[in-house]
Design a binder for this molecule. Structure first.
Ligand code: GLV
Length: 309
C-alpha cells in the first residue's frame, strides 16, 4: 500500500518524515517516481495536474493538503467515486483565527490611521470603543470561521456569522441563507470572509454587498481571490464605503507587481499566508483518514461535489 504526494508549495520531506513516523508501513512516493500505479491507494495533493489522478486504478481517497478544494474540483477528470477529503486541522484553524483576530484588532484600534500619523510625526489621540461595542461579521462559519468567531468572542467582540445553514456557536449571532444576508451585512462594521469558493460564493464580495454594509466598514478576506470583484473593492475604497481592506487572497496569485493593491494606502496585502498547513500537526488528520479507509469506516470531512466544499 502506498501514498503518492504532489505539491509545489508543501514540503515533501517534512510530509514524508511526519507520515513515516506515524505510519511506518505506508510507502510514501514522490510524484516523479510513482512505481506501479496499482499500488497507490492514497493521494496527498495540492493542485495536482489535471487528469493526473486517473492513472491510479486503486485510489481510495484523495487527501487535499489545504482546506479549500475549489481548485481540485475544477478538474473535470477527477476519478469518479473516489472521495476527496478537505484538510481540517486544529493548527490550520487556530492560525487562521489568529490572522483574523490580528486584523480585526488593527481596524478596531485604528492602527492604520495611527501608523499614518506616526509617519507624519502627528501626535493625536484616536479613541476606540471597547470590543463589545464593535460588531464583527464572519461570512462562513465552518472549521475556520467557527474558530475565528470563538477567538473574537473571547476577545469581547460583538460577533455574528452568516452561513448556508444556521449554526449554534456560543456567543455568536447566527444568520443564514439569502433571507438572513441583508440583516447580517447591515450590522457588520468589520466583515471577514472565510467562505469556501463555490459557484454560489464566486464574486460575492461585490458592489452590492459593500453597499449593504455600514458606511466605512472594513473588509478582511482570507477566503479565496475568486470571492472578490477587485474593481468593486477599489471603487468602494475610493468613495469611503469601505474604509480599508486586508486581503490575503487575490484573483491572480502571486499578485502582479503592477496591481493597484500593493501601494493602496487603505489596503493591507498578505501573500496567501493567513494559515499554512503544518505537517507536524496536520499529519494526525491524514492518518485518521487512512485509518478509517483501512478499517472500512466512513471518512470525515468528505467534500460534497454538489456543494463544492
Ligand atoms: C489554503 O488556501 C487552503 O485552502 O488551505
Amino acid at each position: 500500500m502506498a501514498l503518492i504526494f504532489y505539491s509545489e508549495s508543501d514540503r515533501y520531506d517534512a510530509w514524508r518524515d511526519a507520515l513515516h513516523a506515524a505510519l511506518p508501513d505506508l510507502e510514501f512516493r514522490p510524484w516523479e517516481e510513482p512505481g506501479d500505479p496499482a499500488d497507490i491507494e492514497f493521494a496527498l495533493v495540492w493542485l495536482p495536474p489535471q487528469g493526473a489522478l486517473r492513472q491510479f486504478p486503486n485510489l481510495k481517497a484523495i487527501l487535499n493538503l489545504g482546506a479549500g478544494v475549489d481548485a481540485l474540483l475544477k478538474d473535470p477528470t477527477l476519478p469518479e467515486g473516489v472521495p476527496v477529503v478537505r484538510m481540517v486541522d486544529d493548527d490550520l484553524a487556530t492560525c487562521m483565527a489568529e490572522y483574523v483576530l490580528l486584523h480585526v484588532l488593527r481596524y478596531h484600534r485604528e492602527q492604520p490611521a495611527l501608523d499614518a500619523q506616526q509617519r507624519a510625526h502627528d501626535w493625536r489621540m484616536i479613541a476606540s470603543p471597547a470590543a463589545m461595542h464593535r460588531r464583527v461579521g464572519i461570512l462562513g462559519l465552518g472549521a475556520m470561521g467557527g474558530e475565528a468567531a470563538r477567538l473574537l468572542v473571547g476577545a469581547g467582540f460583538d460577533v455574528a456569522g452568516w452561513s448556508r445553514r444556521p449554526k449554534d456557536l456560543p456567543g455568536v449571532q447566527s444568520f443564514h441563507g439569502e433571507d438572513g444576508r441583508a440583516a447580517f451585512l447591515a450590522r457588520s462594521e468589520i466583515l471577514v470572509c472565510l467562505l469556501p469558493l463555490t459557484p454560489e460564493t464566486e464574486g460575492i464580495l461585490d458592489r452590492d454587498l459593500f453597499q449593504a454594509l455600514p458606511a466605512g466598514a472594513y473588509l478582511i478576506n482570507a477566503g479565496r481571490g475568486g470571492h472578490q470583484v477587485e474593481s468593486d473593492i477599489l471603487a468602494a475604497l475610493a468613495v469611503g464605503q469601505l474604509a480599508g481592506a486586508t486581503l490575503d487572497v487575490f484573483r491572480e496569485e502571486p499578485l502582479p507587481a503592477a496591481s493597484p493593491f500593493w501601494d493602496h494606502p487603505k489596503v493591507t496585502v498578505t501573500p496567501h499566508n493567513a494559515s499554512i498547513t503544518n505537517p507536524q500537526s496536520a499529519v494526525r488528520h491524514v492518518c485518521e483518514s487512512i485509518r478509517r479507509v483501512r478499517a472500512g469506516e466512513p471518512l470525515r470531512n468528505v467534500v460534497d461535489p454538489d456543494l463544492g466544499y
